[in-house]
Ligand binder design. Structure first.
Ligand code: DX5
Ligand code: ZN
Length: 225
């Protein structure tokens, strides 16, 4: 059964206090913690890597939903597995030749494989990864250009979410970028059930209230199906 998963993006947290920020989000009702891993090459920004995930893991049992915005995701599987990552979502644009190997290795390290696509990438690109005998278990549809928090939600990406939901009724479909109280209904009604939200959660006076609102919108949509 599909469940809402609300995943605050720790990119908008105070990195100098990551453990307490993670704890705060869990207490505010987060299901997952979204960890944006960037290499300064696939995207023009540099964030965190396996050593930080390893440190954070010592302070939390939360599901660490890692989004790999890196050119060579294969190099990160072993270290992130050891570090205690929960989900490993790589980008389809850089995995055309090795996604089968990637998915197999991610699973063998005890992580959950997901695939993400940038706004300019067609949804058809991810279908082979869902139809394989060893499929990915989540699709992350980027609703902004990857690299930075605080950008504007791209509603035209909802065609991808709708197409995916129609084809895969029980798939975890995640949206990332510009999600908040003013955009959640658009994403939820298109069929997204996993919601990444950075600036709208961390920038709110009451993050628990925003997380509850995001969850309610997804729940209402799931119940109406
Ligand atoms: C952007 C990242 C997002 C980002 C979302 O490349 O993948 O996870 O933190 O931030 P908001 O919710 O502020 O758009
Ligand atoms: Zn992300």
């Amino acid at each position: 059964m599909l469940k809402p998963k609300i995943a605050p993006s720790m990119l908008s947290s105070d990195f100098a206090n990551l453990a307490s920020e993670a704890d705060r989000m869990v207490r505010c009702g987060a299901d997952w913690l979204h960890m944006d891993i960037m290499d300064g090459h696939f995207v023009p920004n540099l964030t965190i890597g396996s050593p930080v995930i390893e440190s954070l893991r010592r302070h939390t049992d939360a599901y660490l939903d890692c989004h790999l915005m890196v050119t060579n995701p294969l190099d990160y599987v072993e270290p992130l597995g050891k570090a205690g990552a929960s989900g490993f979502t790589f980008h389809v644009e850089v995995s055309k030749d090795n996604w089968r190997e990637l998915v197999q290795k991610i699973k063998s390290k005890g992580m959950r494989p997901g695939v993400s696509l940038k706004p300019g990438t067609c949804i058809e690109e991810v279908y082979p990864l869902l139809e394989d005998e060893n499929p990915v278990e989540l699709v992350l549809v980027m609703t902004v250009e990857p690299g930075f928090g605080g950008q504007k939600f791209m509603p035209e990406m909802m065609d991808k979410v709708r197409a995916l939901r129609k084809k895969y009724p029980s798939l975890d479909i995640e949206v990332d970028g510009g999600l908040g109280p003013s955009t959640i209904d658009t994403a939820a009604s298109a069929g997204a059930n996993c919601i990444v939200a950075g600036s709208s959660v961390f920038g709110a006076p009451d993050p628990a209230q925003v997380i509850a609102l995001l969850r309610k919108s997804v729940e209402q949509e799931l119940q109406s199906d």
